[in-house]
Design a protein around this ligand. Structure first.
Ligand SMILES: [Zn+2]
Length: 267
């Protein structure tokens, strides 16, 4: 513990070390973003999004033709869409585990609701649904593994559209260039591929980060900037392929679980 921990060491960084990072980083941020919201984007997304059902588990019953407007989230087959409910419900529950969103630059709890409202979306639809489905799949499996290991984790931030990104303080990419869902970088809503992770009490974040460093690779996840932006987690390698495998496994287990009681009673 003599030196500042280097990349991927399992040492615990002193909490105040992390807190000192953001103010420094903040100096480098041109605040001019704040006056440059991407107007028009909200109106384009709003109609399609309002037509989406909430994640109640009842998706898939309707005979409505699936609209596939341009510049919309990737369209999944119906069964996959229904299967995503389990993932989305879980990740939304995880997000809510730390109801106050706070980092070295202060309390930013208000920002996600403001951005969701601007797009005419519910919070879960915005924060969770804005992420790439494959990335959500990875987070689901890693998250369940963390839960099982007793690591109390939560999400400080997930999807961020350009407007939300313009509200971000501390170290962050420019408005449209963020992996959290910047329009230019990722394609925007439905394509977010970064989260900021923390602990449920905002004081056990380093345990979460250590877990990601030790086990994240198994789920195609890593922390690319442990020193400057320790909470930031993004996918790595051939993550779409890995996510497909993870989803198949989940699908098979779900089917087995639902088939088992039926077989028993049939005999
Ligand atoms: Zn981030």
């Amino acid at each position: 513990m003599l030196d500042r921990p280097s990349i991927a060491t399992p040492l615990t960084p002193p909490p105040d070390l992390e807190r000192e990072i953001a103010p420094d980083a903040q100096l480098a941020i041109p605040w001019s973003f704040v006056s440059l919201p991407e107007s028009g984007a909200a109106a384009r997304f709003e109609l399609a999004s309002l037509g989406e059902p909430q994640a109640t588990g009842s998706i898939g019953a309707s005979s409505e033709p699936a609209p596939a407007p341009a510049a919309q989230a990737p369209t999944l087959p119906k069964r996959s869409a229904a299967m995503m409910d389990e993932v989305d419900d879980y990740l939304w529950e995880v997000y809510q585990r730390a109801p106050t969103k706070r980092d070295g630059s202060g309390d930013f709890t208000w920002k996600d609701p403001a951005a969701a409202k601007r797009m005419g979306m519910s919070m879960p639809t915005y924060v969770i649904g804005g992420m790439d489905p494959d990335f959500r799949e990875q987070l689901y499996h890693a998250g369940r593994a963390m839960d099982a290991a007793g690591i109390r984790w939560s999400l400080l931030s997930a999807f961020r559209d350009d407007y939300r990104q313009s509200l971000a303080s501390g170290l962050h990419a420019s408005a449209s260039n963020s992996l959290h869902g910047g329009k230019a970088r990722t394609g925007g809503y439905g394509h977010g591929q970064a989260v900021d992770v923390t602990g449920t009490d905002n004081d056990n974040a380093s345990a979460v980060w250590r877990w990601i460093d030790a086990h994240g690779a198994k789920f195609g996840l890593h922390r690319p900037m442990p020193g400057y932006d320790p909470a930031h987690v993004q996918p790595k390698g051939s993550w779409h392929k890995l996510a497909a495998t993870l989803r198949e496994t989940r699908s098979r287990l779900t089917q087995e679980a639902s088939a088992a009681p039926a077989n028993t009673t049939a005999r």
